[in-house]
Design a protein around this ligand. Structure first.
Ligand code: AMP
Length: 448
């Protein structure tokens, strides 16, 4: 492709003059390509999460990346930032008479989709808790910046079930939080902070919102325009404001804790006691209300200082009324979503990215050895080794230079080696050169 753009054949002669005339197409703003070696880190995070979730007896769920727009409007809430301004929504025209036109949306989060699937497949009917995790892309039309993208990845999990299965118990909240602490520790994330709060039940909320509106009324004129709008549409969101000038005012606003009923306070206290019992440190942050309407009682966030403005590594909470809000049976639940992009940023800041080197580079000498080299590579790969295969058309110097960039060792396969079955192996770290019988080669190349 590059050759056809940069060169032109004029009367049998190649000239290097023609510049590409078409602008190169780039990835869409807010989306990114993930390339090696960074993808190694992503895979490592995925694998660690799957391993930890399995120990807690979670199973994987995969839901579609687009859903009926109503799911998010009713589940996440019309007044939330996500639904009111960040969704990728389109009108899907009917293609046949049997189809109806439908408003569809790329999922901005995965909890609503999981709860929809729980309802659709009647997962609660056995009377057991459903413990489901997911890993996948989510889409929000946010202003892109470091740690905030329009396509980003979440690793999340949900514990949901009928009340008779114990789905309302504070023990479930504490177990999920303890699992997250274990996962972050196992990933080697140092210095995380867990903030928790209770936003009460839908019965507590109107009481608090009325108190909050009254307290905001005399001061909201001095706040940012976002807060002025939120004070009207969704006053809880004012507590999320990050504007430094608004902080002294927010500090004087009434706390949701004072509007909670006894049952919500007892629930919160039991979560705290269980966390104390297993030694998971946390802080009670009275302002943590989170941006999604479905939360009830426990809300939480794990933060990390290394992330700057976008310091939330993950967030979650309880959603006891979500299933009913989207037309299902009573099915209380608790869940979280980890921002995988932010986990990667945190881990990258902790350790320098290391290029993964192949265990060996096989250098055939002369094109006649190419087939034998492929057969040898096949054997070594079958033994679990990571192998780069060179090309007999390369000069030996080029093979050495390439191998030194890609692999820990080079294996020379010339005519003599092919005939004798004894191969020459050079270790780039020690400079040592050894003759190794083919039968011992895999063992010799294993990383120590
Ligand atoms: P939420 O679904 O809003 O509760 O977010 C849960 C987590 O997802 C956050 O704590 C972030 O780590 C991550 N997250 C949310 N929005 C974005 C985004 N636009 N880009 C990258 N990560 C995000």
């Amino acid at each position: 492709m590059a050759a056809t753009l940069n060169t032109a054949l004029v009367m049998g002669e190649t000239i290097k003059a023609v510049q590409p005339t078409k602008a190169a197409i780039k990835a869409v703003r807010g989306t990114r390509d993930l390339l090696p070696p960074e993808t190694e880190l992503w895979n490592h995070i995925d694998a660690t999460a799957r391993r930890v979730f399995a120990r807690y007896n979670f199973g994987e769920i995969r839901t579609p990346v687009f859903e009926d727009t109503q799911l998010f409007a009713r589940g996440v809430g019309e007044e939330t930032d996500i639904v009111s301004k960040e969704m990728y929504t389109w009108e899907d025209k009917a293609r046949a008479q049997s189809e109806k036109a439908q408003s569809l949306t790329l999922r901005p989060e995965n909890t609503a989709g999981v709860v929809r699937a729980y309802i659709e497949h009647k997962l609660g009917e056995q009377g057991l808790l459903q413990k489901l995790y997911y890993i996948g892309p989510q889409f929000r039309r946010e202003r892109p910046q470091k740690g905030r993208y329009r396509q980003f990845f979440q690793i999340g999990a949900e514990v949901i079930g009928p009340p008779s299965a114990g789905s309302e118990s504070p023990l479930r909240d504490a177990e999920v939080l303890e699992m997250l602490a274990t996962l972050l520790n196992e990933l080697g994330i140092a210095g995380w902070r867990l903030l928790i709060n209770s936003v009460g039940t839908p019965a507590d909320r109107p009481r608090y919102i009325a108190t909050l509106r009254a307290a905001l009324q005399p001061v909201v004129g001095q706040m940012c325009t976002d807060c002025q709008r939120r004070a009207e549409t969704n006053p809880l969101r004012v507590l999320d404001c990050k504007h430094p000038e608004d902080q002294p005012i927010i500090a004087t606003l009434p706390r949701i804790w004072d509007s909670l009923d006894e049952a919500s306070r007892a629930h919160f206290q039991q979560v705290c006691e269980a966390l104390d019992a297993c030694g998971v440190p946390y802080e009670h942050d009275h302002r943590l209300v989170r941006g999604l309407d479905y939360y009830t009682r426990t809300t939480f966030e794990f933060q990390h200082g290394g992330l700057g403005a976008q310091n939330a590594l993950l967030g979650g909470g309880r959603y006891d009324g979500l299933s009913e809000a989207i037309g299902g049976p009573r099915a209380p639940g608790i869940g979280f979503a980890i921002g995988e992009d932010r986990l990667v940023l945190t881990l990258q800041a902790q350790v320098e990215a290391q290029t993964v080197r192949a265990d060996a580079y096989i250098a055939p000498i002369g094109e006649a050895q190419n087939s034998q080299a492929l057969a040898l590579a096949r054997e070594l790969r079958a033994a679990g080794l990571r192998i780069e295969l060179g090309d007999g058309g390369f000069r030996l110097k080029k093979s050495f230079e390439t191998a030194d960039k890609l692999a820990r060792k080079i294996v020379i396969l010339g005519e003599d080696e092919a005939a004798s079955g004894i191969l020459t192996v050079k270790d780039f770290a020690t400079g040592e050169q050894t003759k190794v019988p083919k039968a011992d080669l895999a063992a010799h190349l294993l990383p120590h």
